[in-house]
Design a protein. Sequence first.
Length: 380
Amino acid sequence: MKELVGIIGSGNIGRDPFHPRSWSGSSRFFFQALQERKLLKRAFGVEAPSQQRYPLLLKNFHPNRKIWREKFYHDPSYYKALTQEIDRHILDSDFDSDFIQVGAIYDVPSLVKKRSRCFSYHDGDYINAIKSPFRKNLISPQKEKAALDYAAKVYSGLDCVFTMSQFLANSLVEGYGLDAKRVVNIGAGINYALPDLKPKHFNSPEILFVGIDFERKGGPFILECFQDIKDQIPEAKLHIVGPHKLDLPSRLSKGVHYHGFLDKSEAGRAKFQQLLDKASLFVMASLYEPFGIAPLEAMANQIPCLLPDAWAFSEMINEEVNGLLFEPQQQDDFVAKACQILNTDSAGLQLMAQGARKTVLDNYTWDGVALRLENAIDTL
């Protein structure tokens, strides 16, 4: 296969393909994996120029910052500005290669005009986002349709669409009418070096939740559930990592340990690793999740997971092998299954710990992603 030119862009996804925070950390690991397999010619990122971006920010202004962000980042005029900026960065020599863009918010096929093949790689899609209670009714149906129509146009011009999950691959085929042969699940990996294998101890019933976006990740639901868990397992603890600020009502604070945002510094990673080492269970109750890499990082550290039976989570969990699934937003089911895992004997927890790590090693490494991408392109 030809080498690839990688492209990302926007303040939402990121403008530097190798920055640790671009695309929630996945961009750097994805493109590094392509480099290591000699598949990447180069990668670049863009942002719309300020003379275009600022008027669009004003056009989409809303006093509610969440709505303002949603309107701006789903404005096709912004997508077109990003596409124009990408055009300025494409070199003549790039046409000796194929192109791969992250996301569908810019239209590289319209620039390449069949001179090379164009691919894309995705963690989620807008159809599922607007179905979720977290994103519902944030922008008008007309603006939603405009964003969906733009994505449909981009997808129609791509030679192949790659996804992080089979759930997303199926969603793109059903939602946009894409040819299933042109939509391929290549998976994803964890966004830090695989931790060394070491003995895992389950000395206390400690639960770990990780999510900067506390509301979308289901944090309020988990806080409510945890008090019921603590009624059944009084020594249980809940560790919360991610949100920069958390208003914790006193009635929900018993047994809860809030650690705030832990950065990627040596001290931040060391603190996070301590929490991973102590945790007996990782939980997430997302209202919407494009993919969800945090549970895989927990599994890499031999922690069983309790996740909603939705999106890509349903593919990650092999029940009673590496964790359990619960009915989304069903508190009784969540509590019962969390207690089931926490009350499992030491031998059973060790088997789940082994199953969790094996899940990541077998299915969720960035080298595996690069290999599956290469094989898929070779068969086109």
